[in-house]
Structures are given as structure tokens and as C-alpha cells.
Design a protein around this ligand. Sequence first.
Ligand SMILES: *Cc1c(COP(=O)(O)O)cnc(C)c1O
Length: 433
Amino acid sequence: MSVNQFIKPVTTERKDCLYIGGCNLYELAQKYSTPLYVIDEETLRRVCHEYKSAFNDYPNVKMMYASKALCTSAIARILDSEGFGFDTVSAGEIYTVYKAGADMSKVLFNGNNKTQREIELALDLNVGRFSVDNFYEAELLNKLALQKEKNVKILLRVTPGIECHTHDYIKTGQSDSKFGFDISQIDKIVELILDKYKNIDLKGIHAHIGSQIFELQSYSDEVQILIDELNRINNKFSLNLNELNIGGGLGVKYTNSDQPPSISDFAKSIHTVLNRCKSKPVVYIEPGRSIISTAGVTLYKVGSSKILPNKKYVALDGGMADNPRPSMYQAEYTAEVVNNTNGRSIEKVTLAGRFCESGDIIINDIELPELYPNDVVCIYNTGAYNYSMASNYNKAERPAMVLVNNSQSDMIVYRESLEDLIAKDNIPDRLRK
Ligand SMILES: *Cc1c(COP(=O)(O)O)cnc(C)c1O
């Protein structure tokens, strides 16, 4: 089976208690405290290998990792060592992968409102490609590249008009999306680049149709539209553009009701379309969630409970500040108790977060062994869009993250301290006591 079709990291074992990467999760919770993000290196590397081998038969595929799913220096180091490039969307992500020693020629800078400062940083660090989203950006980028006497390689971000069945907030490919050029605007931007923007070197087109996608037909349709569009542009303007970035978005299995296609079926559906195409463009794939989600779990400690006639809440020591997805997207998760619960009866509970919002629920109605204070609960599939979306809401310190492998655990993000929380505060002189 494909890693994205598992709920749990591939090294998960149940002995007296739960182990991942050979590490006893109860001991990790004691050693590093909770909430704690845990990343299983073996799962992460295995999914990288799966992607590389699935796309191996097509001559010209380049793998990139969508950093926004989880962007830390150690994670960037691992992805770089696997030969992945990086899809980045901010100065912060570009800086992180740069400092981690990534090959900057394999970095793409993407986003619908890149600021002048961000564009300048990306030019200075020689980011390999810009995905130009709109007319304003094209003009600004050309101007800044001219000032720096650089020639910048770009793709045009286009909206291929694909509707896929995912949450509205994570759909991006439909025609009225805020991202990219509508197909009807492409000729105009190509003309501007050819006639006026001499410091821009157009290489191809880029699209991304959404996230947590299960329907392979959406990808076949997308790739066909992109190939047709690339051919049309080449014919009309006598060009030889040969780069196609098809985005990311492959889904993962959060609960048993999710049935995502495997990475190899995903690759096959794209190959089938590419094989019908005479020119063999360079194809970029940039998954985020399906690379890192399954490798990550979050550990929480149980605290208070509230028992009502027909509902029982058990509160954990984290919630929407470290994982905003349930309150933002009604996202669902699966959980398991880490410590030994032999002999306890099973009951239906709602795992609540500790933050001051009624919507801060981690899992609604899940069957678990009876829970007591200081039990440790593991939430699966939290590698993507958890730490990267975390906040300090309620002035919470962001949790630590550890990397586990071969029974070893290493801190890769330190837990924030109370001092960190006020480190950027300032009290103006006139308010001093
Ligand atoms: C978010 C995003 C991705 C990654 O999406 P996943 O669902 O995490 O695979 C890839 N490309 C672009 C342009 C994105 O915005």
C-alpha cells in the first residue's frame, strides 16, 4: 500500500504502549512535554521514494515539496537530501530552505501577492523559477530583475477551470479563483512578456487545482488542459515552451472513510495523458500534504472532562492553536491512546481543545478507552498544515517537534517559552511605571 493510504506512520507498533520510529511515545511525552509534534523520518523518506519511483518512467519529472505544508530547517534538509526542490510562497519559506542549504535552482516562488521585498530576496538568492500570478506582478518582477541586471525564469500561473470535490476553501483551480491568470488572459500576458518584459524568460505554465483531492479524473483533465494550452501558446507565438507544473493536492487518509488513490495510480493517471502528447514537456509535481501528513502525529495529555447526559467531553492540553484544521475546515482525525489501557471499557467521547472557542474541538464522537488525567493521546496525520498553521492564540507557546528514527528522537523545533511570547513586545516609555 501507498503511504498516503495509511492513517498511521509506517513504523507504528502497539506493544504495552504505542511506538513510532522505535520510540515509546509515552516516554517522549514525558521527556519533551506536551503538546508534542512527532515526525517519523522513515515514513517521510518512504513517501519521497514512492513519489520518485512512481514518476520514474516519465523522462522529465521534477519533484518539489510544497513547503507550506510544514517548513522547518530539518524537514527542508531531509527533502533536499531526497533530491526534492521546494515550492515556496513567502520570504520566510525561501529563507528557511536557503538556510537549510537547499539547492536554490530547484526552488519555485509562488503566490498571488508577492511583495517587492520578497521578490528582491528571491532574486538575490537566485530562486530557480517564479510562478507569475498576475499582470501587476509581471511588471514589478521585470522592473526589479532589470534593476538587478538579472534574467528571471518564470512559469505563468493559470486557472484551468477545474472544479474538484474538496472543501471550498482549498479549491483553487476553478475559473473564479483568486489565483492566477484566467485562460482568456494568457495571450495578453504572453504578448507583454515578449514585447516589453525583456528580463523575463517565459518557460511554461503552472496550475494547482486544490488540496485533499481524491479524484484522479481531475488531474487527467487538468494535465490535458495544460498540454493543450501550452501547444496553443507555442503555435500562436512560435515559441518552444516546454515546462508544465501541475501543482500538488493529492489526498491522504485521515479517517477510515477516506479512500485516497495511491501515489502510483496518481502518477499513472498523469502518465496516460502525457504519453498521448507528442512533445515531452518537463513536468513539475509539487505535493505537500501527501508528503508530510502521514509522517506526523501530535501527542497531547488528558486533563479535565465534562460529563453530560448524552455527551462526554475530554479536554486535551492543546487544540486550535497547534491544529486549526478542525475549526477551520471541519477536518476529521483519528486518535489512539498511547499508554496501556488494558481492561478499560470503550466509550464515545468528544476530544476538546483547551482554547477559548466553542469550535475548538479536536475530534467529535470517537470511541476510545475511558480516559483519565495524564493519559497521553496520539492524533494521527498531523504532519501537514498543523505546525505550519499554528498560532499563539490565547498566548499559547507553540509546541516542540521531534524527529524519530531507529529508536532515536531528536528535537527539530524547540518549544516556545514564556519569554519567547513577549520577546517582541515593547512598552513605550510614556507607559512605564
Ligand atoms: C498548497 C499548494 C500545493 C500543495 O498542496 P497539497 O495539497 O499540500 O499537496 C502545491 N502547489 C501550490 C501552488 C499550492 O498552493
